[in-house]
Write a protein that binds this ligand. Sequence first.
Ligand code: ATP
Ligand code: MG
Length: 496
Amino acid sequence: MFPTLRGRVTATYFVVVIVSLLLASAFCLLFLTRYIRNSDREDLRKQVGAVAQDIGQVVKATERLFSQEDGTSAGPDVAPSAVPLIDEQEAAANLVTNFLNTESQVLQVKLAVVSPDGQVVAESEGRPSFGADTLQLPPDIFSERGARITERFFQRLGRNYVFATAPTTITTGGSGFLLAIKPVEQVRHFAGTLILYVVVAGLIALAISMGLAFYLSSAISRPVRAVTEAARAMAAGDYSQEVEVKGSDETAELARDFNLMASRVRTAYDLQRNFVGNVSHELRTPLTSIEGFSQALLDGVSTSPEERKRSLEIINHESKRLVRVLRDLLLLSQIDAGEVKPEKKKVDLVDFMRNLANLYTTRAQDAGVVLNVDLPGSLEVNTDPDRLERVMTNLLENAIKYTGAGGSVKLRAQAPDDSVRIDISDTGPGIPEDQLERIFDRFHRVEQSRAQKHGGSGLGLSISKELVETLGGTIEVASTVGQGSTFTVVLPVDGG
Ligand SMILES: Nc1ncnc2c1ncn2[C@@H]1O[C@H](COP(=O)(O)OP(=O)(O)OP(=O)(O)O)[C@@H](O)[C@H]1O
Ligand SMILES: [Mg+2]
């Protein structure tokens, strides 16, 4: 329904705001209307009680006045009138009606005095007008004990009213009730106004939250879109992608990680390109020699048996070099594919190193290099002897090859802590400091001329490093130009 992140965030905000507004206004309305209705009614009940008492006073005062005028209880100074000027009962009723009118205006309710049988004795002006009717009022709205408030459907007027009643005196000795009525709609009107306010406030809140939702969703979706576009461009082959990193939130983290990934992809791509270039170069050089010398043989250019022998030796030498390079490349690709699984077993390292040294003694002598060995009494290690032999061979061959006549190479093994440490030190030309980091890279050679002289292809150390890592160990180099180099292999005794 909402395919974009921005659409979903905005819609969620919209729903959350509407639902919370509806809930909040419903509870607010319920509470306020109840509160106001109850306090309103309690006020009315008290006021009706007070007015009922006042009516009693008015009735009593009126009757006292008339009885004085009649001379029934008048003092000696008052002259009794022979004929009353107005009907006494009517005058008393008028007084009560006037009193009701005044109170009705103050309280804003309709007031009436009714006899216990529901007969209207007096009423305030204003609607509804009862006249001389007998009000068909439910009896439970009256209580002799005091003021009472109820809400009822008033049959006569056809709608709901709030009835407030209180016992009062209607004549001396005659009791009745004061009745106040108020339509319920007054409360409803208040609720309508409240709803209007809530709707207006809700619309303002909605507008603000929609703005915020839009801002928030843009803040999230903009960097996500930038990363998506950069990822698409990378998938299409443009590896130069880098997205802007702003702030430190999750989207910034995503952008930073994307840039990291992009730079690794670039490095891997460059490595792969260089690798292919290097491989082609490594294969082309011996193949060119093989092609050239074999062609010369075929064309009969090499006439003397010595020349022919020399050509065949070169072809043989270059073929061997090709085979070696291809074998190394195959091993590297197997390591990359995770196909090289070490087969570990207990190896007597002292024996192992001594055999290795014996194998290389003649080669070292031929090269004019002295080979020294420094081994402990015994040293056992759990490792793959074939892989370790390949590593040691690479390092020993390098040491003898690059040190040259007059130098020396030392083979040393020791066991500090839970590891074995094998050092191969030489007194050769050393490796410049700026090259030490790249020495283990594939095809990296310190000096083209030095390597060419020795016919190396620059794969030996990279293979050694990968193999040592598959054995759970590390390989490091320390070197000083003009003084020599030390290659150190550290392996776990228990095989890791
Ligand atoms: N003991 C050393 N002393 C001085 N330079 C060294 C030594 N060992 C390695 N190097 C330098 O490091 C480079 C990389 O060595 P690596 O063994 O990887 O390749 P290589 O010997 O040239 O060829 P390969 O071993 O594949 O036949 C060498 O070309 C050489 O320049
Ligand atoms: Mg080598």
